[in-house]
Design a binder for this molecule. Structure first.
Ligand SMILES: O=P(O)(O)OC[C@H]1O[C@@H](O)[C@H](O)[C@@H](O)[C@@H]1O
Length: 154
């Protein structure tokens, strides 16, 4: 497990150091996908626009959170920012310094990440809804075009 955590810390350090320029963008994407927005924003909004997508959104929130809770009970994983303080693998107080953000300062088990699971579900529902809307719109457009061309005998 230490091997996994150690490599996780290396990846976090790499992202925090080399992708600092993308901080605003990544933080924005993370906040947009925040599962708590489902109840306050996405579900009411989508339910007005499209009931199927709205219902899908609420099911994703409920089932995703439930699975996350079960997996957290089973895995009971350490969070990187406390693991680096507790592990003995870094000699003489040489533990790496990891930057923390409001969403990472949680006190419960960290694995699997509820934020990552929830955000990917939110993004999946929104992207598939947007894609099917676009494809549907293009299909209607091509049918209209076809009829129009057929009516003119082209
Ligand atoms: O399990 P993680 O990754 O710390 O994420 C949990 C948190 O993720 C956030 O996105 C949710 O808004 C919080 O409600 C939740 O507690």
């Amino acid at each position: 497990m230490d091997f996994l955590h150690r490599n996780g810390v290396l990846i976090i350090q790499h992202l925090q150091k080399d992708y600092r320029a993308y901080y605003t963008f990544l933080n924005f994407m993370s906040n947009v996908g925040d599962p708590r927005n489902i109840f306050f924003i996405y579900f009411p909004l989508w339910f007005q626009l499209n009931q199927t997508v709205g219902t899908k959104m609420i099911w994703v929130a409920v089932i995703g959170d439930w699975f996350n809770l079960i997996f957290k009970w089973i895995l009971f994983g350490d969070r990187p920012y406390w693991w680096v303080q507790e592990t003995q693998i870094y000699p003489n107080h040489s533990s790496p310094c990891l930057e923390q953000f409001p969403t990472t300062c949680e006190t419960g088990p960290g694995s699997p990440s509820g934020h990552a699971m929830g955000s990917s579900c939110v993004w999946y529902v929104m992207v598939t809804a947007a894609l099917s809307h676009t494809v549907c719109g293009m299909d209607k457009f091509s049918i209209t075009l076809h009829r129009h061309a057929g009516g003119r005998g082209l």
